[in-house]
Design a protein. Structure first.
Length: 369
């Protein structure tokens, strides 16, 4: 059963669904107001053609945006009740208008709620009040449109759930570093979590953690051939299989759907404005949050220090301009630290891995030398 079949199966137990895009939406807020949020970021396992999307997006748009447009414009109306989008890169910030044009012929087209997240550092532009205003306006729109009322207590309960989920993901990440579970299995679990009820996702994470926790060690020797994986999307399974075949251990990740998503949760509060000011301001650095760019190098250095990784593999999503702006600089700084780097570009049709196997093998030999 794929993610969309699971969503359909869940519909009998869900009163309201909200499809979120890009990657770091206010999930706790939506959950507390009775929605089941799904994050439509990594759709490559479900959308393999772009017949509709290519009529509305340029050929040089990334596969992330193309797959989202294809999904929204070609799927049935009964899966998602409403969509939520916020600004990220130059391509993604204009998608709401493009999608509205695509859906003009649909009778029951879903409404799209939008929110603007300031992309400048707060200390430079004093954006706290502006972001608070956007959060408040979003709450008022949801209350008016769906007849729901925001509750500080329910918001605290939702925060607790998402904090629990993020901590469990960190625990599983440590199991990958210690070779207790494979990185491919971990990626499958995190990817499924994007399209699951938070309660069901936590139950699955708890089950795996309980079964394997006895194998987890507080201290262990990191292998000499160890790497950190970085990218806006999880690497293709064939790439990870190749690394594991070459005896390369993935001891950490800087993947947007993984560590960048679960690394930080603000403290409990019934005030969503305060919560999301902290959530976005102190978020793990990601190129889709432009104001965090200056902290990227420090965060990655800290990740390398904690994992003692010898290599760093950039999985570049083709046409993801913001990732490519920073990759040359990060590669230079990491090499100055003595860290081996490898940059692979993945396009929409590269899941087989044939295009980069030779380079992976050479990189593995370099790490082991």
């Amino acid at each position: 059963m794929n993610a969309f079949d699971e969503i359909k199966a869940l519909r009998k137990d869900i009163s309201k669904t909200i499809g979120c895009f890009p990657l770091y939406p206010p999930l706790e807020l939506f959950h507390s107001m009775g929605f089941t949020p799904f994050v439509f970021w990594d759709l490559r396992h479900f959308i393999n053609s772009f017949n509709t999307a290519d009529k509305h997006l340029q050929a040089y748009a990334c596969s992330v945006s193309r797959r989202l447009v294809e999904f929204i414009c070609s799927t049935s109306d009964d899966i998602i009740d409403v969509f939520f989008m916020y600004n990220a890169c130059d391509t993604l910030r204009n998608l709401p208008e493009i999608i509205n044009c695509c859906l003009q012929g649909k009778v029951n087209k879903p409404r799209i709620f939008k929110m603007h997240i300031p992309m400048a550092p707060e200390e430079q532009t004093k954006t706290n009040n502006y972001l608070s205003g956007r959060i408040t306006a979003l709450i008022r729109e949801l209350e008016k449109s769906f007849g729901v009322a925001f509750s500080p207590e329910r918001f605290r309960q939702s925060i607790a759930l998402y904090r629990k989920m993020r901590l469990l993901n960190e625990k599983l990440e440590k199991m990958v570093a210690q070779d207790i579970i494979s990185y491919n299995l971990f990626s499958l679990i995190t990817q499924k979590g994007l399209f699951a009820k938070i309660e069901n996702h936590i139950e699955e994470l708890e089950s795996i953690a309980a079964h394997l926790s006895s194998s987890l060690k507080n201290e262990f020797d990191f292998p000499s051939a160890s790497v950190i994986i970085s990218g806006i999307l999880t690497p293709p399974a064939a790439l990870i299989d190749a690394l594991e075949n070459y005896k390369i251990r993935i001891v950490g990740n800087d993947i947007a759907t993984q560590r960048r998503s679960y690394a930080y949760t603000p403290g409990d509060t019934g005030d969503p404005c305060l919560y999301y000011r902290n959530f976005y301001r102190h978020h793990f650095p990601c190129p889709t949050l432009l104001y965090t760019g200056d902290q990227r190098l420090a965060a990655i250095k800290n990740l390398i220090y904690n994992t003692r990784a010898r290599g760093f593999i950039f999985i570049g999503e083709k046409f993801c301009e913001y990732e490519y702006f920073e990759i040359p600089y990060l590669e230079k700084k990491l090499r100055e630290m003595g860290v081996f780097t490898l940059h692979l570009e993945i396009s929409a049709d590269d899941d087989s891995g044939a295009n980069y196997m030779t380079r992976l093998e050479a990189f593995a030999e370099l790490l082991k030398s």
